[in-house]
Write a protein that binds this ligand. Sequence first.
Ligand code: GLA
Length: 381
Amino acid sequence: MKDKIQEKFQTLFGEGGEVFASAGRINLIGEHTDYNGGYVFPGAIDKGIMAKIKLNGEKKVRAFSLDYDEYCEFGLNEEDKPEQAWARYIFGVCRETIKRGGKVEGFDTVFAGDVPLGAGLSSSAALESTFAYALNSLFNNNIDKFELARIGQSTEHNYCGVMCGIMDQFASIFGKAGSLIRLNCKTMEYKYFPFDPKGYKLVLIDSCVKHELASSAYNKRRASCENAAAAIRKNHPDVEFLSDAKRLWLEEVRDEIPEEDFLRAEYVIGEVQRVLDVCDALERGDYETVGEMMYQTHFGMSRLYEVSCEELDFLNKLARRCDVTGSRVMGGGFGGCTINLVKEELYDAFIKTAVEEFTAKFGHAPKVYDVVISDGARKVE
Ligand code: GLA
């Protein structure tokens, strides 16, 4: 990837420039909890985005995406928003940096990535984090790492139409090789957990299904949670986020909110507790409990939060049948991957069965990615 970037950069923009990179992410558990003020448990992975960047002394960004084989040029004012979706992420990061008082002037860039698109591995956060980190370094803005993550998140909110939480950008900026990170999304306190489950492997199975309208369905889930939290707050004024609420308090407002909002909130309250249970289990080295919680999350995401789909439910059931320790849909949902915690001795048989049976049923093969927990945003050279 680096060689291709260098070559194209040389052709388009000549000598000079610096190379930056950032990563996609996995999440062990804690899904749709981030925007509810709960915990998440992500880690950066060995798939990401890499960009070569050189300041050009103008007020213009000239960008080339190797993956789309497309060029785009845009200015740095609000009205200069580019047409291409991929360029909007870069434009958004520039704008959000400027809004925070950072300096951003024109630059030339070529970038590429190897995060599979639509797999729920946050290719967009990898792109945002690469540029947020790079611009901060190139213009000596001294913006702290939390704010760099927020620059990516605000880019999604203000320029891409997704009202996401902070998990993906946080993981992409703070990721560290070999460690998962437990983040409290309300206080932003975090802790690195070295993750080396002896005798087990983490593997992703990508259904290669991507549902249209995923972002509006995502925003709708978020609105349901906020609605439920507002109803609970009337009785319990200290409830700032849904994660502050007890199951019983949700029960009290059952008749006041739509059934759909109730189910969404029921899932979230359960999931917040599951992350804590998983942390305890990890400290005891009790992977059976970790796995069981993953299955419970899948059930909740499928039946209560309704962000799974036929293909992912199929992979989840199949995992159970193959004695996989834990399995669930990962990320926002509406397609993408399952994450699976599997004993080493069962790994080969599981993958073989999953690929064969999935292909026979859906007419296309799933993709398999072994998880390697890696560093997040960084300067490469
Ligand atoms: C997407 C969002 C995250 C998070 C997850 C679900 O990846 O970008 O903020 O809400 O979905 O856990």
